[in-house]
Design a protein around this ligand. Structure first.
Ligand SMILES: [Zn+2]
Ligand SMILES: [Zn+2]
Length: 281
């Protein structure tokens, strides 16, 4: 496996620094990776700097924007984004601020349930970056309120948990537009579980959706085939990745372990007008 286009770092809820993720990708002999943190581009500079010493490894600047549907969340990946774009940085900052309010409300509920957590601890775990629910799960585990982080989600902070708070809603079309405005390639992340997927694709294509993450780490062969067929039907390109966070649990798909066809990668570079960068390798 030579590619992995879905990786998280400490700029959101990943447990490795951007430099460490690049180091791991290099050690595994990968050729192209993308850094795709939730609602944040603040890990990209460090990743690019680290990769500058690795002529064989290309790092695509990316992002994963979390948005909402009535039936659940929908994530939009953006590749080759201009991560210095001022409007993008401001829009992402606004989204991250809504995460702070939400996390504080969840801590309030946990407090009422007899499980107090200091806000400072959550900030320390997030290291000043995007505050995500896994940070709360981590703090709950540290306090001994739960035996595993999964239990924290199942009982308390997951969608049907007793301390769950929904986020300020962000529409999928707005995320696609945000990525387009920053000259990025919008791709629908881990799409298989989205209900009414066909119609959502049609709606998002109208505002500029370009791809579907068909080769997702947790998908079996049949699901991948179904997603590739769907992408074909809608004239979308396909991408793929592990969604690696370095969570350290054994269900996690290892970085660089997803089989993504070379054609998908070259189509992505082509679509971004970056074939030169691709051929150089
Ligand atoms: Zn996601
Ligand atoms: Zn992800």
């Amino acid at each position: 496996m030579k590619y992995d286009l879905h990786l998280h770092t400490t700029a959101s809820d990943g447990r490795l620094t951007p430099a460490a993720v690049v180091g791991l990708a290099r050690a595994r002999g990968l050729e192209v990776i993308a850094i795709t943190d939730h609602d944040s581009v603040s890990g990209i500079n460090e990743a690019l700097r680290e990769a500058a010493n690795s002529p064989r490894l290309t790092v695509i600047p990316g992002v994963e924007i979390n948005t909402d549907l009535a039936s659940g969340e929908l994530h939009v990946l953006g590749y080759f984004i201009d991560y210095m774009d001022e409007d993008l940085v401001i829009s992402l900052e606004k989204i991250r601020e809504s995460r702070v309010g939400r996390a504080q409300k969840m801590l309030g509920k946990l407090h009422d349930l007899g499980m107090p957590i200091e806000w400072q601890r959550i900030q320390d775990l997030a290291r000043g970056e995007s505050i995500c629910r896994p940070h709360i799960a981590q703090a709950m585990l540290e306090k001994g309120y739960v035996a595993t982080e999964k239990e924290a989600f199942d009982k308390y902070i997951g969608r049907s948990g007793t301390a769950y708070i929904g986020r300020e809603k962000i529409r999928p079309v707005d995320a696609v537009r945000m990525i387009k405005l920053a000259k990025g390639i919008p791709v629908l992340a881990h799409p298989a579980d989205i209900s009414d997927l066909d119609n959502i694709i049609i709606e998002l294509k109208e505002v500029g959706l370009v791809g579907l993450e068909a080769y997702y780490g947790q998908y079996d062969n049949n699901t991948v085939k179904r997603m590739v067929r769907l992408a074909d039907e809608h004239g979308l390109l396909t991408t793929g990745g592990s969604d690696y966070h370095h969570f350290g649990d054994d269900r996690e798909v290892p970085l660089g372990s997803v089989d993504i066809p070379e054609d998908s990668i070259s189509a992505l570079f082509q679509s971004a007008g970056r074939m030169e960068q691709y051929k150089k390798k």
